[in-house]
Design a protein around this ligand. Structure first.
Ligand SMILES: [Zn+2]
Length: 162
């Protein structure tokens, strides 16, 4: 691979990288990410494979976490569903202003537990992820806690790395 800036051949190696999904406080470490670096000008290109799969894996983690969803996590799931705030408000049967405050760091409004479970269920259905409805009783009970993940890309999907 040639450097896009100076055309020198880039050197490749695998490194661990933090991935920022736009969720404040989340720590997502990707192992064995291919990084190309130019020895001449320092230009760097990071190749994250299967970005859609990575977002699915993060969404799945949020769907099944027992703690309450933080505002930024609600936003991540809404965007993952490809919905606007107005869309989400319509599906949940609340006003647009209420739905926008679910994601607000400054004027937060806690989602009702039922609504939060419905959001998780919507994501599971849309992603075609296996979901036992008996698990609903365990979700969204604890205090908000930051997302911590260590992931490694395997052939078809991103998997937990320990
Ligand atoms: Zn260069």
């Amino acid at each position: 691979m040639k450097c896009p800036t100076c055309e020198t051949s880039m050197r490749s190696r695998t490194e661990s990288r933090e991935y920022d999904p736009g969720i404040e406080g989340a720590s997502i470490t990707l192992l064995d990410v291919e990084v190309h670096r130019c020895p001449h000008c320092g230009e760097e290109a990071v190749g994250i494979r299967n970005l859609l799969g990575l977002h699915r894996r993060i969404a799945q983690e949020l769907v099944s976490k027992t703690a309450r969803l933080a505002p930024a996590e609600v936003r991540f799931l809404r965007l993952h569903l490809g919905l606007t705030v107005t869309d989400l408000a319509g599906r949940m049967g609340v006003t647009r202003s209420a739905a926008s405050r679910w994601e607000s760091a400054t004027k937060p409004l806690a989602m009702r537990a039922t609504t939060e479970r419905l959001l998780r269920l919507m994501v599971a259905v849309e992603d075609g992820a296996p979901f036992e409805t008996s698990r609903l009783s365990e979700l969204g009970l604890g205090e908000v806690s930051p997302l911590r993940m260590r992931l490694r890309a395997s052939r078809a999907a991103w998997r937990d790395a320990h």
